[in-house]
Design a binder for this molecule. Structure first.
Ligand SMILES: [Fe+2]
Length: 376
């Protein structure tokens, strides 16, 4: 007889009993699926978080004593891979900056139970299939830059990365303010994490290749390609931002795998060419986790919104992620095949104007039906 799978544990926090009661009523039918706890204050919530494991924490922002920011900070420390939602009233807008890097989602109050349930379902599905113990083990073998929620990098270093030829911006950026305007906050956050990776760089066994830097350069190519595709297709700025940030981050998992052992990484490459394995199958066989799994885990741990994590999850197989935004997903997927001189069979894909040739190796296969469905 197979062991019964544990129910996801969810903590809901609000100092207003009426709000908790309303949510409780609308979530009553989920009692068999989720193990839900309800508490009426920040201090009580933090004590619960420190003594129990929660897969998701949903907290009101404004509470007397310990507020929502303190609750989510405690949740992030106790379980970096958990899901964190902040409920905020209109007057809390100014305080939202305090949870920018710990909340995966903000929901405006009054909040409908149906919306909250839909977000929780999607988030738990994204996290549910991850080989978390393996991923933690692999990240533990890599430089500690991967563990940083807020990487210690200077703004001018992030800007230097944004201006590198690989990212292919159409105009130079003068300062941080202009960068926020042009690239938006999530793209800048992704660039900061990539900058931190280049700082943790080490050479390979032959002492030649600085491989974290090479993974970062490839990330910039993908991010720049996704951005150009979105702009060509006239996407809304939010979608350009999400697709660019996701394309920048979708191979941070490769950097972890390479850090975990150059010999084993080479073995996974050999399996691709000798056994005809896909890159994901080869990584799973050699490492027990794929670069997609690790990218999803790190995106969650670094506090990126679920929309970004879903795009990372689907960058090879866009149809396997339910509920993903189709158009930015198509842009991230397509960016991987952008105008490679040695792959003429992909040159007919709809990249738009101004896409330069680049020769980075590709590990996926284009899902032409999905791209067509997305209007590409
Ligand atoms: Fe990939």
């Amino acid at each position: 007889m197979s062991a019964k799978k544990a129910k996801p544990a969810i903590l809901l926090v609000d100092d207003e009993p009426n709000v908790l009661q309303g949510l409780r009523r609308s979530m009553r039918t989920l009692r068999d699926d989720w193990d839900m706890s309800w508490v009426e204050g920040g201090a009580e919530a933090i004590a619960a978080i420190r003594s129990h494991h929660f897969d998701a924490v949903v907290s009101d922002m404004r509470m007397p004593g310990r507020d929502g920011a303190a609750v989510l900070e405690a949740a992030a420390q106790a379980n970096p891979g958990g899901y964190r939602v902040i409920l905020s009233g209109f007057s809390d807008r100014g305080a939202i900056g305090a949870v920018e890097e710990t909340a995966h989602r903000y929901i405006a109050k009054p909040c409908s139970g149906e919306d909250l349930v839909a977000y929780l379902r999607m988030a738990l599905a994204l996290r549910g299939g991850l080989p978390t113990a393996r991923i933690r083990d692999l990240i533990g073998k890599a430089p500690d830059v991967f563990g940083m929620v807020r990487p210690a990098v200077r703004q001018d270093e992030c800007l230097a990365l944004a201006q590198s030829a690989s990212f292919n911006l159409d105009r130079p950026i003068e300062d941080h303010r202009e960068a926020v305007e042009l690239l938006r906050p999530l793209v800048l956050r992704a660039l900061c994490h990539l900058t931190a990776l280049t700082k943790g760089d080490v050479t390979d066994e032959a002492g030649e290749e600085r491989y974290l830097r090479s993974v970062v350069m490839r990330a910039l190519v993908l991010g720049g390609a996704a951005r150009r595709i979105c702009l060509h297709h006239g996407f809304w700025p939010e979608d350009v931002e999400r697709a660019t940030a996701a394309a920048l981050l979708c191979h941070v998992g490769t950097a972890v795998l390479r850090s975990a052992g150059e010999v084993r990484y080479q073995a996974s490459l050999d399996m691709i060419s000798e056994c005809g394995d896909s890159v994901l199958a080869a990584e799973r066989r050699v490492f027990g986790a794929t670069h997609v799994d690790i990218g999803v885990y790190l995106s969650i741990a670094w506090g990126f919104p679920d929309e970004i994590t879903a795009l990372i999850a689907g960058h090879h197989a866009p149809r396997q992620v339910p509920g993903v935004d189709i158009r930015p997903m198509a842009a991230v997927h397509l960016a991987q095949f952008a105008r490679m001189p040695d792959r003429p069979e992909w040159h007919d894909l709809n990249f738009g104007e101004g896409m330069p040739f680049h020769g980075a190796c590709v590990e996926a296969v284009p899902d032409r039906d999905f791209l067509e469905f997305a209007g590409f």
